[in-house]
Design a protein around this ligand. Structure first.
Ligand SMILES: Nc1ncnc2c1ncn2[C@@H]1O[C@H](COP(=O)(O)OP(=O)(O)OP(=O)(O)O)[C@@H](O)[C@H]1O
Length: 269
C-alpha cells in the first residue's frame, strides 16, 4: 500500500522536455547556430506555442522534438525517454497537407498507420471515427482535389491522429488558408486535440493564433534562438474559451500588446 502511495506521489515526467538544447547547422557556406541552450517543458494535455522572428529556430526546435534532427548539445525527452529518432508518440502536422491526390480521403488518413505497419482494421475504424470528428465524415471516398484547403487540413489532422501520438507538433498549420477559414479551423482543431488529450507544440507567426489556441506562449529571441520570455494565456470566467471566444475577451488585446512588444518587430527600410 505504502509502495503504491509512494509511486503515485512521484512527480510525472513532463510530456516533452528540452534541457539546455543547442543546435548548429553545418553547410558548405559555414556554421549557423540556430538554437542556443533552450530549456522548455510541455505538460500532458498542455498547448504551448512558439513565436519569434523569421529564422529564429522555431521549426528547428520542432524537428528536434520530432527526432528528425539530433541536438548538437543538450537533451530532448518525451515522457522521460531520450528522443533518438522519429517515434509514433510524436505526430507532425505541417503547413502543406501533403495529401496524395490518387488516394481517397480515408486512404490518405490511413497512410501513417500503413507506414507504421499497424493493425489496419483498427486503424481504419479509428480513421473513420476521426474523420467524422473532424467534420469530414461525408467525404471518406472523395479525393483531395475535390476538397477546399480547410477540408484538406482537417484530413491532415485526422491522418496525424490515427497513429495515436501523445504529442502533436503543428508547424504553421493554417498559414496556407484564407483568414476566415483559419479562424474557423482553429476552433475545430483545438476542439479535436483537446478532446483527444494531446500535448501540443504550435509554431506560428500569428500572435492572435498563439494567444487564442494555446495555454502558454514562448517567445524566442532572434537567431540564435534563446527563450526570451514566456506567458500563460489565462482568461477569467472559469472554462477556457474556444479560440474564437478568446479573441473577443479583453485579455486578448492585453496579451497581444505584450507579445507584440516582446517580438520587437522592425520593418526594414
Ligand atoms: N538544413 C539547414 N541547413 C542550414 N541552415 C539551416 C537549415 N535549416 C534551417 N537553417 C537555418 O537555421 C535558422 C533557423 O531556421 P528555422 O527554419 O528553424 O527558423 P524559423 O524560426 O522556423 O523560421 P521561419 O519563421 O522563417 O519559418 C535559419 O537561419 C535557417 O536559415
Amino acid at each position: 500500500m505504502s509502495a503504491v502511495l509512494q509511486e503515485s506521489a512521484l512527480p510525472l515526467a513532463p510530456r516533452v522536455a528540452l534541457r539546455d538544447v543547442s543546435l548548429r547547422y553545418f553547410t558548405a557556406a559555414g556554421e549557423t547556430q540556430a538554437l542556443d541552450r533552450i530549456s522548455l517543458e510541455v505538460g500532458a494535455g498542455e498547448f504551448v506555442s512558439l513565436i519569434g522572428q523569421s529564422g529564429c529556430g522555431k521549426s528547428t526546435l520542432l524537428s528536434l522534438v520530432a527526432g528528425i534532427l539530433p541536438p548538437s548539445s543538450g537533451e530532448v525527452r518525451v515522457d522521460g525517454v531520450p528522443v533518438q529518432g522519429p517515434s509514433p508518440r510524436v505526430g507532425y502536422m505541417l503547413q502543406q497537407d501533403y495529401l496524395f491526390e490518387w488516394r481517397t480521403i480515408l486512404d490518405n488518413a490511413l497512410l501513417g498507420a500503413q507506414i507504421q505497419q499497424r493493425d489496419l482494421k483498427q486503424a481504419r475504424e479509428r480513421a473513420i471515427h476521426l474523420l467524422h470528428k473532424c467534420g469530414m465524415g461525408a467525404f471518406l471516398h472523395h479525393y483531395p482535389r475535390q476538397l477546399s484547403g480547410g477540408m484538406r487540413q482537417r484530413v491532415a489532422l485526422a491522418r496525424t491522429l490515427v497513429t495515436e501520438p501523445d504529442v502533436v507538433l503543428l508547424d504553421e498549420p493554417f498559414s496556407a488558408l484564407d483568414s476566415q477559414t483559419r479562424l474557423a479551423i482553429a476552433d475545430e482543431v483545438v476542439d479535436v486535440l483537446r478532446s483527444e488529450g494531446k500535448s501540443v507544440l504550435l509554431v506560428t507567426h500569428d500572435i492572435g493564433e498563439a494567444i487564442a489556441m494555446t495555454d502558454r506562449v514562448v517567445v524566442l529571441s532572434r537567431r540564435p534562438g534563446r527563450i526570451k520570455s514566456e506567458f500563460s494565456m489565462t482568461f477569467g470566467g472559469g472554462k477556457r474559451p474556444t479560440p474564437m471566444q478568446a479573441r473577443a475577451r479583453p485579455e486578448f488585446n492585453d496579451y497581444f500588446r505584450t507579445l507584440w512588444d516582446e517580438l520587437d518587430v522592425h520593418v526594414e527600410g
